[in-house]
Design a protein around this ligand. Structure first.
Ligand SMILES: Cc1cc2nc3c(=O)[nH]c(=O)nc-3n(C[C@H](O)[C@H](O)[C@H](O)COP(=O)(O)OP(=O)(O)OC[C@H]3O[C@@H](n4cnc5c(N)ncnc54)[C@H](O)[C@@H]3O)c2cc1C
Length: 279
């Protein structure tokens, strides 16, 4: 990136006005960690959004509201009933990057290594965009394309909402990598709700091994109403495993990416089920 000026507004309206006026020649900047990966060398004004009061995690009527500039470290350290993003934050590369990277910066541009989009898909998140009017997008809508395409000049992602986990529900997350700081080869998240011993609802999301993070609809459909257990998980996985176009990264074949997903879908479902049972 080629920053030629730096603005540090303290009000959301002020930041939005600046971004609107400057248009293509400006860019919002939160933790700034992505800039090592961006190839754009055109001169840009950086508009810092860290002082707009968009940080913090609040539980309102069973729903977590996570401000866009909340850091991954804040998510890792948060402890409250039904909070599960600490499990995802733990998998997020290294502590120095966790200290800087924010919720907003981690979801507005999606990369194969991105952790939070996969978790947000499984957790049925809503993403709040503040433009001239406020818009709320569901996670599948938001991640259907590179999310920055949803944003006009002056629009900012301001918060993300996720329902807190309640009794009878479970969540699990797995990121397949060779070392703790390695990029993911396959990331899977699952959320599951039990009713009377059966699966009342379930969401499974995959990332890294597919071009964009996505839900595994056919696996979910095969599980709804089923009695959970290894046989049901394996059968459902087989029913939906060939729906995505699998993509091997970092030297693994597409077929091996599919294999990793097949193993870890069953694993995360098993863990989410254990939690839903009260383990
Ligand atoms: C070496 C390295 C390894 C990494 N490994 C991982 C990993 O394993 N898993 C993982 O998930 N991440 C990983 N990351 C982090 C990830 O790639 C991004 O750099 C990070 O998530 C971006 O967050 P940020 O707050 O620094 O955003 P920034 O770099 O400040 O911004 C990123 C982009 O989002 C835009 N933006 C930021 N906030 C908003 C907002 N609120 N509204 C609208 N637009 C906004 C910016 O304009 C910019 O285009 C890694 C980063 C590095 C440097």
């Amino acid at each position: 990136m080629n920053y030629v000026d730096f603005k540090s507004p303290t009000q959301l309206d002020e930041a939005r006005t600046l971004l609107k006026e400057l248009g293509e020649s400006a860019s919002p900047v939160a933790g700034s960690t992505l800039h090592v990966f961006l190839k754009d060398e055109s001169p840009k004004v950086a508009v810092d959004i860290l002082r707009l009061g968009l940080n913090g995690i609040r539980l309102v009527d069973g729903v977590y509201h996570i401000g866009a500039t909340t850091t991954v470290t804040d998510m890792l350290n948060h402890r409250q009933h039904g909070w599960v993003l600490d499990r995802v934050a733990e998998a997020f590369v290294t502590q120095p990057i966790r200290n800087m990277a924010t919720m907003g910066g981690s979801v507005v541009r999606v990369f194969p290594w991105s952790d939070l989009p996969v978790a947000l898909l499984a957790l049925n998140a809503e993403l709040v965009i503040t433009g001239d009017a406020e818009r709320v997008m569901s996670a599948p809508e938001f991640f259907a394309t590179q999310p920055f395409h949803h944003l006009q000049a002056g629009d900012l992602l301001t918060s993300v909402r996720i329902p807190a986990l309640v009794e009878g529900q479970g969540f699990a997350y797995h990121k397949e990598r060779r070392t703790t700081t390695d990029f993911s080869r396959c990331t899977i998240a699952a959320w599951l709700a039990l009713d009377d011993g059966k699966i009342a609802d379930v969401r499974i999301a995959v990332g890294a091994a597919v071009p964009m993070p996505r839900r595994m609809d056919a696996v979910e459909d095969a599980l709804k109403g089923a009695r959970p257990g290894p046989a049901a998980f394996e059968k459902a996985m087989q029913a939906g495993i060939d729906a995505p176009r699998w993509k091997g990264l970092h030297g693994i074949s597409d077929e091996y990416a599919r294999h990793l997903a097949s193993v870890h879908i069953v694993d995360v479902l098993t863990k989410a089920h254990e939690e839903a049972k009260g383990a």
